[in-house]
Design a protein around this ligand. Structure first.
Ligand code: ADP
Length: 326
């Protein structure tokens, strides 16, 4: 079973000819509404990849919250631990996208900001976790929810924390606190380990070049990605750094493991990281080893970028057979 703890949002996507500059008004070419939020996206991806999945979250007592709950249930996610908050609206993300796919996003956290550490601890206690469970947290809920997880989790279940959006990691250095396997993209990993995002971008691009030529050489920049992954691993209990088209780097147990991504026709990379996290948790909950689960997660992320929207292409296990799954 996967237990996801995180945000639920309604995404309002506005297609703009250009992203508006401060003080400027632009006319959108169209708008669309979708379901989002890192917690919900990751839970839906975990369920699609076959693990029984439940979500711990808050939505508002509004039509958006009811629609989000119905969407989660339709996707096979158990919502018993999703509370309806009478005093806050359901989270909202307004996403402006230009024709080149560049975006600007404003998030109104709403009910997500009111998820409490006590509520998370209670939910984890009610779930009577065993070592067959994988707990998946992410950054769009208050930090106290992550700290509560560190304190409330028994030793058995695996814990993955997606450190996105990048911010400050909670302090889990105290006695009796669990540490998660950290998952971050290159930019987030660089920020969390005190490196400049520029270095991460360079590393990412160079890794892509290195990978596409099939050359696994340890040149200076590839080493930078490895150094970042190793540094991030030390902040948690291992780390997985996603590198876009270059796949992912797994740093755990003192070893580094590189997982190249298959070449795909990219349509929209929104939500690739969420599908990656959901698939990783799903496979770990089904008993896979970390390298096996990371290989599936990379294939799942690559599948996700082939359609528009955060939920455009949700892979099921049968979508990942063949070379992409290896
Ligand atoms: P985020 O979406 O959080 O910024 P990444 O861009 O690193 O994270 O993407 C997450 C995962 O999605 C990658 O590890 C990879 O599996 C897949 N992915 C992303 N972009 C591409 C791409 N251009 N080609 C193939 N796979 C991709």
């Amino acid at each position: 079973r996967v237990v996801a703890i995180g945000s639920v949002n309604i995404d309002r996507i506005l297609r703009c000819p250009v992203l508006p500059a401060p003080g400027e008004t632009v006319l959108a070419a169209g708008s669309a509404q979708g379901f989002g939020g890192k917690g919900a996206n990751q839970a839906v991806a975990a369920a699609a990849m076959g693990a029984p999945t439940c979500l711990v979250a808050r939505v508002g007592a509004d039509p958006e919250g009811r629609a989000a709950l119905a969407d989660l249930r339709a996707a096979g996610v158990a919502t018993d631990a999703v509370r309806t908050d009478p005093d806050a609206p359901t989270g909202l993300a307004v996403v402006l996208v230009d024709p080149a796919g560049e975006n600007s996003i404003v998030v109104v956290p709403g009910a997500n900001a009111r998820l409490t550490g006590a509520e998370v601890a209670q939910a984890l206690a009610d779930l009577a976790l065993t070592s067959a469970d994988t707990v998946l947290t992410s950054g769009e809920v208050p930090e106290e929810c992550i700290r509560a997880t560190a304190a409330a989790l028994p030793a058995g279940p695996r814990w993955i924390h997606n450190a996105a959006p990048a911010g400050v990691l909670p302090d889990w250095s105290g006695p009796g606190l669990r540490r998660p396997l950290l998952v971050a993209n290159a930019v987030e990993a660089a920020q969390l380990t005190g490196r400049s995002a520029d270095t991460a971008e360079t590393t990412n691009e160079t890794s892509e070049t290195t990978d596409s030529t099939g050359d696994d050489s340890r040149d200076g920049t590839t080493t930078t990605a490895a150094t970042t992954a190793t540094a991030l691993a030390a902040l948690g209990d291992g780390a997985v750094v996603t590198l876009g088209a270059a796949g992912a780097l797994v740093a755990a147990g003192g070893a580094l493991h590189r997982v190249p991504a298959p070449e795909v026709a990219v349509v929209d990379t929104t939500g690739a990281g969420d599908v990656f996290c959901g698939a990783l948790a799903s496979r770990l909950a089904q008993g896979a080893s970390l390298p096996e689960a990371a290989a599936t997660a990379v294939a799942a992320g690559a599948f996700a970028v082939t359609a528009l929207g955060a939920r455009g292409a949700l892979p099921r296990p049968t979508d990942l057979t063949g070379p992409a799954a290896r």
